[in-house]
Design a protein around this ligand. Structure first.
Ligand code: SF4
Length: 86
């Protein structure tokens, strides 16, 4: 049996990219690609406030994904669930 533990944050703008609940609020993504990210009022976590619109923006988002120390920025197609019991 597969248990889905996908933890996509509710605040993410709809679309390909999203932040999961592993985010620690470091703010690095905002400094790399600030146009795509925003944070909750207490700054505890960040989320995607808008999706990339062209290849240049996709590249910027990819950079933020690669540098996120918590691996908390995901895109559709990433495996964010675990097969815990089979
Ligand atoms: S870089 Fe990653 S851990 Fe840091 S605020 Fe952004 S999503 Fe969260």
């Amino acid at each position: 049996m597969t248990y889905l533990v996908k933890a996509r944050l509710a605040e993410n703008a709809p679309g390909k990219y999203y932040v999961i609940d592993h985010c620690n609020g470091c703010g690095l993504c905002l400094s790399i690609a600030g146009r795509f990210f925003d944070y909750v009022e207490d700054g505890k976590y960040y989320y995607i406030q808008r999706q990339p619109l062209n290849p240049d923006e996709e590249e910027l988002m990819q950079e933020a994904m690669e540098l996120c120390t918590m691996d908390a920025i995901k895109s559709d197609g990433d495996q964010t669930f675990f097969d815990t019991w089979n």
